[in-house]
Design a protein. Structure first.
Length: 222
């Protein structure tokens, strides 16, 4: 249980395959809830609208392949990355019916988290950037609430799935690596030439340290 200035958060830590963790059923209703995940091995996670034929011919030998139920582009998840799901109910004051603006408060928490760890982080407040690239590779685009460093390198990727009563925000902070680690798992024909495979993403931060600090910042919410 996580307590702070405001309401308490229930925190649950889970370890498993990416399929098990992504397809974990959402509760019909909930109070404030955090799922802190760790995948057992590398996984290429496709967005809900991406066909599986965009995957490279030998990728199944390198990584688990799974399709999540939220939109966006492909994401590579490793056991040492920071993956946190944050769930709120529709009666929570953090709830926003505008799915674009709904990420705002969460992006602020991540911004504070990273700044407290020495990263010059900034939350993106505008619309989608590099839309076409982001539809293929998540971290090649930038959406509302997502967080970059001072050089514009994307650190935190966000996606959202919601029912009538619950919103599930999925947050991923890869350990610092080039986009090529994801691109190399896709069929070359689907990757836009505008994506530079050497572009770095994520942050060189230990997942346990980052998770602890994120939960601390989360507890400050009213």
């Amino acid at each position: 249980m996580l307590t702070g200035r405001g309401k308490w958060w229930e925190v649950v830590s889970t370890v498993g395959t990416a399929a098990d963790l992504h397809h974990r059923p959402m509760p019909p209703t909930c109070e404030r809830l955090v799922w802190s995940h760790r995948v057992e091995g590398p996984a290429l996670v496709l967005g809900s609208t991406q066909p599986t034929d965009i995957v490279g011919s030998d990728t199944t030998e390198k990584a688990e392949i799974v399709t999540r139920r939220s939109g966006g582009g492909a994401v590579l998840v490793q056991s040492y990355d920071t993956w946190i799901d944050v769930l709120i109910g529709e009666d929570d004051e953090l709830w926003n019916h505008d799915v674009g603006r709904a990420f705002g408060w969460l992006g602020e928490v991540w911004e504070r988290t990273l700044r407290s760890l020495g990263v010059e982080a900034q939350r993106h407040e505008g619309g989608l950037q590099n839309r076409d690239e982001g539809r293929v590779v998540c971290f090649a685009g930038l959406g509302p609430g997502e967080v970059t460093d001072a050089d514009g390198i994307k650190i935190v990727g966000l996606s959202q799935r919601r029912t009538r009563n619950v919103a599930r925000f999925q947050c991923l902070v890869p350990y610092r690596s080039p986009l090529s680690h994801t691109i190399d798992l896709l069929d070359p024909s689907v990757v836009p030439e505008s994506i530079d495979p050497e572009t770095p993403i994520g942050a060189a931060l230990d997942a346990s340290v980052l998770t602890t600090q994120f939960l601390s910042e989360l507890a400050r919410l009213p």
